[in-house]
Structures are given as C-alpha cells and as structure tokens.
Design a protein around this ligand. Structure first.
Ligand SMILES: Cc1cc2nc3c(=O)[nH]c(=O)nc-3n(C[C@H](O)[C@H](O)[C@H](O)COP(=O)(O)O)c2cc1C
Length: 307
C-alpha cells in the first residue's frame, strides 16, 4: 500500500511524507515528550509547539477548560523561543526519520520573517507552519489570518526569508476563509493547513468571573469537527495546493472524512491529550480501512467525496 504524500509539490525539494498523519501544533510538544509512549517515527510528520522569537511564559492560569465534546485553551504560546529550539531540539530531530516542522508565531510581519530566516538551513527542520491566528500588534490586535491582505503579506515575507517548504495555517475566525486561502496560495504558500481553534469563552458561575485567566480561549476537539470539515471541503475546492485537515480528529474514520473532503494530510490535536497514541491509532486505522476496501494508494481517497 502506498500512503505517501507530497505536501509541497511546487517546492524545489518538495516535502515527502511517508503517510498523511501529522500531529497538530501545541498538542504534541516537541515530539520528544511522546517518544517513549509509541513509535513516533512511524508518523507522517510532527509539527512542534508554536515558537516565537523570544521565550514566552504564556497566559495567566487557568488556561484550560473542558466543554461539551471539546476543550477551551488559552495557553498564550508558552514556549522556549527559537534560539533554544535550534540549540536543544533540532539536533535531536536531525537523527529522526519522521520530518519535523516548526510552527511559528509573531506579533509583526517582521517577527515571522526573522523566525523563518533563523530556521532556514537548520538540520532537523523539514518545514515551517505559519500560525497566522496571532494578534497583529500594529493593527490593534486583529488576527493576521482574519484579513486576506495581511495573511498574504505574512506568507510573502516568510517565503522570502526561507528556502524551507512553508505551510500556512488558517484561522476559522474570519469572515471568508476562502478569500484568505486564495490570497495565501497566490502569495506562494506550499500548502495550507486548517483549522486553528474557534474563539470561545466559559464563565465560572460561582465566582461570577470568566473561567480562563485571559477570558477568551480557543475551542478544539470533537465539537469543532463538522465546522473544520466544512472549511476543509470549501478550501480544497478553491486552491490547487495540498490542504491539511485539522479539527477534532480523534479516530481513523474522522481522518478519512477529511481526506475524502479533499485533505491530502491530516493533523491530530486535542485527541492526544486523552489518548497519547491517537496519531498512531489513526494511522493504523487508515491502513486497515484501505486494506478492507482494497485500496492501494491513499491518493484514491483524496477528495473522493467531492466528485
Ligand atoms: C493546548 C493547545 C495548544 C495549541 N497551540 C497551538 C500553537 O502553538 N500553534 C498553532 O498553530 N495551533 C495551536 N493549537 C491549535 C491546534 O494545533 C489545532 O489547530 C486545533 O486544536 C484544532 O485541532 P484539534 O481539534 O484536533 O485539537 C493548539 C491547540 C491546543 C488545544
């Protein structure tokens, strides 16, 4: 069976994954945290925690709240910063078979460009995923990814600063995700991943205060799957680039739905918190489905529900 996927067909080196199962940023640490739990080398790719120019402590506690079929988080991009990532994590990744992509986050377009330049050519880093669900401090805190123009500007700046394949990760918190997807594709993204979390809040009725320390959080988990699937379906029909589906994927059948909707690869996020080997379970379930259905190539499933 062939499960391999070319995630960056327009890129000169390309980005070939042995299978379509990836981990979602911020839910799988740096990969190292999970390496004793299962054979992470079998995954298609690992996307590491969101990384910023300087280390960040993140938002005030509490940062997590469970919801019906979902999770609200406001971690606030707690991370070790790009210098420590290059020094401490990349050398280890360089010895791995599984490609690792670094998810980057910035407050200005220049932050993104600087991050991309620093990661360029570092052994152990196979690609960059650009998190555009971040507030733009020069434009009153609106998310870069809410505007097609700003999303394109970030993409152009990152592409100009690196020779690595660049995935741009879309936010669902925008009026028209198709316009953003098309703008990002035209600006030179090698692939598009979606979706990031949906904005949400919860209130502690005893304290009569918002439950999360920073009030607003991002909703993830099974609750968002139909929304994510709808957006993947629409975006896959609007761009020629590979699309990576993410949002509430917990089982192999969830993953197959995204692939049938047009995703070339998928990311497992929140599911790893309740079942650390969820990404591997999803992969094995896809293999089993293909065997049962007599399929030889994963390509036979991509976008099949659209035809
Ligand atoms: C605790 C937590 C931290 C996250 N951190 C990041 C991050 O640093 N960068 C990013 O692009 N997305 C981040 N995300 C979003 C996920 O990568 C994913 O897009 C989202 O959770 C939807 O997928 P899921 O429902 O499978 O979790 C985070 C999600 C959670 C739950």
């Amino acid at each position: 069976m062939n499960l391999s996927i070319q995630l960056a067909p327009k890129h000169k080196q390309g980005l070939l994954l042995s299978n379509p199962v990836m981990t979602a940023a911020g839910t799988f640490g740096y990969g190292t945290e999970y390496s004793h739990m299962f054979d992470i080398q079998r995954l298609g790719a690992i996307v590491c925690k969101g990384t910023t120019l300087e280390p960040r402590d993140g938002n005030p506690q509490p940062r997590l709240a469970e919801t019906a079929c979902g999770l609200l988080n406001s971690i606030g991009l707690q991370n070790i910063g790009v210098k420590a990532l290059i020094r401490e994590k990349a050398p280890l990744w360089a010895s791995w078979r599984v490609p690792v992509m670094v998810n980057i986050a910035g407050e200005t377009i220049d932050d993104y460009a600087q991050l991309a330049a620093k990661l360029d050519g570092v052994a152990g880093i196979s690609g960059i995923e650009v998190n555009i669900s971040c507030p733009n401090i020069k434009a009153g805190g609106a998310e870069f990814g809410a505007s097609p123009e700003l999303a394109a500007e970030v993409t152009t700046a990152v592409k100009a600063a690196t020779s690595l394949p660049v995935l741009v990760k879309l936010t669902p918190n925008t009026g028209d995700i198709i316009k953003v997807a098309v703008a990002v594709a035209e600006a030179g993204a090698d692939a598009i991943s979606l979706i990031n979390t949906l904005k949400g809040i919860a209130i502690d009725i005893t304290r009569r205060r918002p439950l999360l320390g920073s009030v607003i959080g991002g909703l993830s988990g099974p609750a968002i799957k139909p929304v994510a699937l709808h957006m993947v379906y629409k975006v896959a029909g609007a761009v020629e680039l590979p699309v990576i589906g993410c949002g509430g994927i917990t089982t192999a059948s969830d993953a197959i739905e995204f692939i049938m909707a047009g995703a070339s690869a998928i990311q497992v996020g929140t599911a790893s918190f309740t079942n650390p080997s969820a990404p591997l379970d999803v992969l094995e379930g896809i293999e089993q489905f293909m065997e049962e259905e007599g399929l030889e190539d994963i390509a036979e499933l991509i976008g099949i529900a659209r035809r």
